[in-house]
Design a protein around this ligand. Structure first.
Ligand code: CA
Length: 232
């Protein structure tokens, strides 16, 4: 499975570093914003899977960040980091669209367990709705946990890259995913693995293995000018 991206929004470097260390240690990919404006930039550009959001920031507040992202249609879980005396802050934050909060001083263990719970709730629904984390594309069964793909009990051999590509698409049904996002999810960084066409080549191979008619795909469809989506 590819690493989930967590955006830490925290202006105190020591706190940010400890969160960064703890989350990276758990296998997450971590981004850090010191200000509210930087948080908005990173949230827009990098589309993190979850945001840890401090309320008191040097420029715009965590509330403003939360409100703005929700107004823009961003739906990733937001876990607020609040101070002990900020009871009203929690209520306001939840009203503005945050999903949960932890009170400072928090333990790293607590934050990580909340992060995992929120990620499960937000992204695990499809996998848990299907017994054993399986998704069906007609006769084809994708076992997300065991990395198996079968057509009527016949194994289909996918390369690890093809599997990651398929997994990313089927776990976000009907959601167009850009080539850049796919590249980052699959290879774990933005950089120099050639160009967008790399994804197209892997997609062509994947379709040849999955689709009844690869030139007219039923499941893995092209979103013109953007990338691909899974059409369930
Ligand atoms: Ca702060």
């Amino acid at each position: 499975m590819s690493a989930e991206k967590i955006l830490i929004v925290e202006d105190e470097p020591a706190l940010a570093r400890s969160l960064e260390y703890g989350l990276a240690n758990e296998g997450f990919k971590v981004l850090w914003a010191e200000t509210g404006r930087r948080a908005l930039e990173l949230a827009r550009a990098r589309d993190p899977n979850l945001i840890l959001l401090d309320i008191r920031l040097p420029d715009i507040s965590g509330y403003d960040v939360c409100r703005t992202l929700r107004a823009e249609g961003k739906r990733q879980p937001i876990l607020m980091l609040t101070a002990r005396d900020e009871e009203t802050d929690k209520v306001l934050g939840l009203e503005l669209g945050a999903d949960d909060y932890v009170v400072k001083p928090y333990s790293l263990r607590e934050v990580i367990s909340r992060v995992r719970a929120l990620l499960r709730r937000a992204y695990g629904e499809l996998a848990s709705a299907a017994p054993g984390g399986r998704v069906h594309l007609g006769e084809i069964e994708v076992d997300l946990e065991r990395w198996l793909v079968q057509r009527r009990d016949q194994a289909i051999n996918l390369t690890p890259i093809e599997f990651r590509l398929l997994r990313e698409l089927v776990t976000h049904p009907d959601r167009p995913i850009s080539r850049d996002q796919l590249i980052e999810t699959i290879w774990g960084y933005d950089g120099d693995i050639g160009n967008d066409r790399t994804i197209d080549v892997h997609m062509r191979h994947l379709r040849e293995k999955i689709e009844a008619d690869p030139t007219h795909p039923r499941w893995l469809v092209t979103v013109r000018g953007l990338g691909y989506k899974f059409s369930p």
